[in-house]
Design a protein around this ligand. Sequence first.
Ligand SMILES: Nc1nc2c(c(=O)[nH]1)N[C@H]1C(S)=C(S)[C@@H](COP(=O)(O)OP(=O)(O)OC[C@H]3O[C@@H](n4cnc5c(=O)[nH]c(N)nc54)[C@H](O)[C@@H]3O)O[C@H]1N2
Ligand SMILES: Nc1nc2c(c(=O)[nH]1)N[C@H]1C(S)=C(S)[C@@H](COP(=O)(O)OP(=O)(O)OC[C@H]3O[C@@H](n4cnc5c(=O)[nH]c(N)nc54)[C@H](O)[C@@H]3O)O[C@H]1N2
Ligand code: SF4
Ligand SMILES: [Mo]
Length: 705
Amino acid sequence: MGARLTETHCPYCALQCGMKLSVDHRGVRVIPREFPTNRGALCQKGWTAADLLISHERLTSPLMRERRNEPLRPVSWEQALARIASAFVRIRERYGRDAIGIFGGGGLTNEKVYALGKFARAVLGTRNIDYNGRFCMSSAATAGMMALGLDRGLPFPLEDIPNAEVILLVGANPAETMPPIMQYFNEQQRRGGRLIVADPRTTATARAADLHLQLTPGSDAALANGLLHLVMAQGHLDHEFIATRTTGFEAVRRIAAAYWPERVERLTGVPARLLRKTAHMLGDCRYLMILTARGAEQQSRSVNNVLAFINLALALGKVGRKYCGWGCLTGQGNGQGGREHGQKADQLPGYRRLENPLDREHVARIWKMSPEQLPAPGRSAFELLDSIGTDNGLRALLVIGSNPVISAPDSGRIVRRLSSLDFLAVADIFLSETAELADVVLPVTQWAEEEGTMTNLEGRVIRRRQAIQPPAGARSDLQILAGLAALLGAPGVIADEPRAVFDELRRASAGGVADYAGITYERIDRQEGVFWPCPDKNHPGTPRVFLERFATADGRARFHPVEYEHPAEEPDDEYPLYLTTGRVTAHYQSGAQTRRVAALNASQPEPFVEIHPAIAHDLGIAPNELVRLATRRGAALMRARLTETLRMDTIFAPFHWGEAGCANLLTNPALDPLSRMPEFKVCAARLEKLTPAAVLPMVCSDDRS
Ligand SMILES: Nc1nc2c(c(=O)[nH]1)N[C@H]1C(S)=C(S)[C@@H](COP(=O)(O)OP(=O)(O)OC[C@H]3O[C@@H](n4cnc5c(=O)[nH]c(N)nc54)[C@H](O)[C@@H]3O)O[C@H]1N2
Ligand SMILES: Nc1nc2c(c(=O)[nH]1)N[C@H]1C(S)=C(S)[C@@H](COP(=O)(O)OP(=O)(O)OC[C@H]3O[C@@H](n4cnc5c(=O)[nH]c(N)nc54)[C@H](O)[C@@H]3O)O[C@H]1N2
Ligand code: SF4
Ligand SMILES: [Mo]
């Protein structure tokens, strides 16, 4: 018998590369496919994704423990769900509805995200639901809404990228985080375009660029304002665009006037000569794109960072025009859809707002409840977890699609918080580090075992299709939520079938900012995805937004005056280095999935820190030596990798590992005042050589402090 082929998408990042799964008697195999995003290419993670489906570490039975410190034991689904429902009821009676929290994820399908938001508000009645997108692109989303009135990561499809004459990538390392996307940048350069990269490290992306601005961590707003100062001085402002399509430039102009190149060189470490050259490139071209990612966006002043770059693009008249614009490279598989349909603390489906009376009314009608019954906005992701154990804090938590023990900032504190919950339930594919702390663990079906929709980094809604049967014992997230709703006295409120949920989502989003009303599974199949907004069945979808008007009330984009402010923590005598964190190609996020894929583990087997050889030499650190990193939050042990790709004042650690090598033991949970994004990208650290006597007990201990 021949192999059965199913067209679907990679389970990991927001590029959502098209792939086929081939299933026959020998097993499941990944075959790349032509899709308008990846055009037949895949990264290492995509190629090996089928290993997730056959992993022997897969959870196939619910697990439960009666008391903390007892081991988790397999139980029936009935026992596990009944335990969760009774814990929720008990805690709700004793401490009120808001003592129950939900923590979701940007990798969940649109259907799951929608159901999760509805489950929190309409079944549990809690205001406390948030998700890991707060740790991801929430600052770009906030800035995009403020300046342009709409948060669609990219305002254009990827196919437009090669047409840009100049592209400025800020804090983005797509060569390692989305390798197939590099085709577009390469093509842009082949056509004579220029690529400029702003990153404290000489990454693979920076090496591919025409110019590399190796800025000081945390100095992005100074860089943007400095470039604005220069394009003004060089006479590159688009006065007509500013007058007809924007408001608020005057205040921004006054601020930029004070960012003269020599001052900006001091703040950013980028030579004034390079700043001038960059400004000329930006100012002289017809088609300019400025794209930001986590480097600029994961800081305690990151909404300002993004606004400052949007100001620059607006001043040059390069937003809302063909082959131009500011965009954010969204990261998680459904990082875009995951932020639109209601798992965020302040949000209802269709990017509606919980604080808006008309939005409440619309969604309450679909949910067959009164608007008064809808709770108010709740706490943001870090604040939600950090409230555990405080007065009026969380007592019970359901985590679904995230692994915050590894990925939340100041993770030592988060582990202590989670351990002090009255009740923790985790739904996952694997026994993640967060699931290890749970009272009940629910095994879920994964990508190729279920259906649903995802919205990729372009705003293109695509289909995840089922290729194989799930293992006996696993249930889908939707089935879990539907089952819990029934036990909690709300049978039928959550549908357990993806198409039914999607139809409800379409109605709930109709007329909203992220309008999916005209999108159906069948249309997605016919069109290779449909771009939102798509308000009705005859509407073609919207690959390019803002061409005629911005999504603000008056149709104009808004400048926002932004000053550079220091990061919350800077190097000093005690902690003399900048520590920044990020990713390597082989691992995905908390590593819960990719650390279980043999080929990926072989390529990146253990936690490491990158150090400039000169710094290592001063400290007597040899290549590949185990070193101790310390910050005001805690300490971690990592393998030293010496490399000249770093600035002398900066070290870099990926965050894909747990235990003693967890980078988030070190990171600073200082939050952006508007987006509540933590400062993952900047904190002050000290590097210590280990004495031989110190190494052994530290490696063996399970100490997370
Ligand atoms: N291999 C792999 N790919 C992934 C993921 C993964 O975990 N692994 N995750 C996906 C997700 S969810 C996301 S959000 C994306 C993230 O994708 P990216 O944003 O490309 O990845 P990061 O490595 O987090 O950060 C990008 C760069 O920011 C730089 N940086 C650090 N500090 C600063 C600073 O102060 N200013 C500036 N301008 N730059 C700075 C870092 O050196 C780094 O090279 O990747 C997606 N793709
Ligand atoms: N220091 C530092 N920390 C960071 C970052 C950084 O750059 N530096 N980046 C931040 C960013 S951008 C992000 S996005 C976060 C991500 O951090 P996490 O939220 O921890 O991301 P994942 O590792 O993808 O976690 C997803 C979990 O859900 C499980 N899972 C996958 N699919 C499903 C599903 O369909 N249903 C259910 N129930 N479970 C599923 C996976 O097995 C995994 O355990 O980390 C943040 N943390
Ligand atoms: S780039 Fe992203 S979507 Fe594409 S194969 Fe790699 S992880 Fe998967
Ligand atoms: Mo992310």
